[in-house]
Design a protein around this ligand. Structure first.
Ligand code: GLY
Ligand code: MN
Ligand code: MN
Length: 519
């Protein structure tokens, strides 16, 4: 065991003092057997404690007087799960150990912050690792820290002075519903029951508005996450071949994340072939792939908590079939049209409409829909554009600590891209074999189905999504994930290169997993 670092050295590391790492510059990793190298970017510094303090100050400036409580995530109940800090707590404190909480009393222009952490406990640390303890937590963050067992008494005395209880939920950055446990709700209910007149109020929107605009330090961390993801996409493209199982590609991608310093995948990796390429969030990754199928790889490394989100679609056989090529070229044209309009002041709604038009026109050209503006009848009444049968999701979203992070171009935060916007553009077309089988039974739909069915049959099970990560710049937009090939010729050329991963692959070994035997 190394000796424990003194507090001053820890504070220096948190402040991102590159000097501790700077003596021996190491070249960035190469995607081996592949001419591409990671662009030489300076090692990203961790978010400094000054930046964490600015984030807290910005939040406090937006909320009324009261007692603000932000809970960190607890140790997972199940022993086999890894710990993941909740994004709002990580954003405000930088602390990534379980069981922590932040309490801030704001009153008449005065602010008193307290960080609560689990007490040191040598017996439990044998199992779960060394805890910060209050002393080191203070040194690390600059926030006066106490042990968590003192939090209840402090909240009781604070709520005796004010009924204003403010909370931040652990919901993801786009506010989407989640089945995540809500300890914040439990705490709020308990405190409201105990203290007459206390009315909890959640200040998630105030925090999301701040998180939406990324700082230079955040963009540097995102850039690293994206470059690691590009390495994984390139390695996967070289490895994919008929007869391989999706889980082999999944393992290669997630292994590439970890060996390049990523903490974890930023979301459940999506590696889906054939029919699975048409399931938007397919997660099982256990199907054997065949030539003639498309493979969608929608993956993102999380680096110091910041998540990339990059999708590539490749032909399992190494060459796109004419049908796959036709669909791919429409999706690529839609992405390029949308990105050409992305700049400060542009709207997500505007670039989404542009992508919609390209996709609808392309689908009509293939005969998968009747006309670019054709509609079909919905079961509950009303109509929907026909292209929505094959492109069912939004064009993109913010990225940050959450893979779906708040973004200034969301209507709730102003609706326009700004310098500091970090986001995806990810059009897709998914021809599910049963695309026409579950529509409302109306005369108009019946006529449409009769016309489209042979074309759906021709393109069935082709799923294509192309997703890149972008930063808005003063002059326009940077496609940060450009190192992952998206042109058909480039993908086919990279797939033709040998892969060391496959050199390790022995016939029959993977089939052993399901006892299917080699086919
Ligand atoms: N990976 C999930 C998404 O693309 O939004
Ligand atoms: Mn994605
Ligand atoms: Mn995405």
């Amino acid at each position: 065991m190394k000796t424990r670092l003194p507090s001053a050295a820890l504070a220096l590391m948190l402040a991102g003092a590159g000097a501790l790492h700077a003596q021996a510059p190491v070249p960035p990793p190469r995607a081996s057997a592949d001419a591409w190298t990671v662009p030489a970017t300076p090692p990203p510094a961790p978010i400094s404690r000054e930046e964490h303090a600015r984030r807290r100050a910005a939040l406090l400036a937006r909320v009324p007087d009261g007692v603000l409580v932000v809970l960190g995530a607890d140790e997972p109940e199940a022993d086999y799960m890894t710990f993941a800090q909740s994004s709002p707590f990580r954003y405000l404190t930088g602390v990534v150990e379980p069981g922590a909480a932040l309490v801030v009393e704001k009153s008449g222009g005065r602010v008193r912050e307290t960080l609560f952490v689990l007490p040191r406990n040598p017996a439990q640390e044998v199992w779960q690792g060394t805890r910060l303890g209050a002393e080191r937590a203070t040194a690390l963050t600059g926030i006066p820290a106490r042990t968590r067992d003192g939090m209840e008494a402090m909240l009781d005395s604070a709520l005796a002075r004010t009924p204003s209880l403010l909370l931040v939920s652990p919901l993801t950055g786009d506010g989407s519903a989640t089945e995540w446990l809500r300890p914040d709700q439990e705490l709020a209910a308990a405190l409201a029951a105990k203290h007459a007149g206390v009315e909890p109020r959640w200040v998630d929107d105030e925090l999301f508005a701040i998180r939406a605009v990324k700082s230079p330090a955040e963009l540097a961390l995102l850039r690293r996450a994206i470059l690691i993801t590009v390495l994984a996409q390139r390695a996967a493209m070289r490895a994919v071949e008929p007869g391989m199982n999706e889980f082999e590609v999944h393992a290669l991608i997630e292994g590439t994340f970890r060996r390049n310093g990523a903490e974890r995948p930023g979301f459940g990796s999506i590696v889906g072939s054939g029919p699975n390429s048409t399931t938007l969030h397919y997660r099982a990754a256990d199907r054997f792939m065949e030539a003639g199928e498309t493979l969608v790889m929608d993956v993102g490394a999380s680096y110091r908590g910041y998540s990339a989100d990059v999708t590539r679609t490749v032909p399992v056989g190494g060459r796109f079939t004419p049908e796959q090529r036709a669909v791919y070229e429409i999706v690529l044209a839609a992405q390029k049209a949308a990105e050409a309009e992305a700049r400060p002041g542009a709207t997500l709604g505007g670039i989404s409409q542009t992508a919609d038009r390209v996709i609808a026109t392309g689908l009509a050209r293939l005969g998968l829909i009747e006309a670019p503006d054709a509609t079909f009848d919905l079961a509950g009444g009303g109509t929907s554009p026909q292209h929505r049968m094959f492109y069912m999701h939004g064009l993109g979203h913010g990225i940050g600590l959450d893979v779906h992070d708040p973004e200034p171009a969301y209507p709730a935060y102003g609706g326009r891209f700004v310098v500091g916007s970090a986001f995806t553009i990810e059009p897709g077309i998914y021809v599910r074999a049963d695309a026409l089988d579950h529509l409302a039974d109306t005369p108009r739909n019946r006529a449409m189905i009769a016309k489209l069915r042979p074309v759906v049959q021709r393109y069935r099970n082709i799923g294509v999504r192309i997703e890149d990560d972008y930063f808005i710049t003063e002059g326009g937009v940077e496609r940060v994930s450009e190192g992952a090939p998206r042109e058909i010729a480039e993908i086919e050329a990279l797939m033709a290169r040998p892969s060391e991963w496959n050199a390790e692959r022995r016939e029959g070994v993977v089939e052993w997993y399901r006892g299917t035997g080699p086919r």
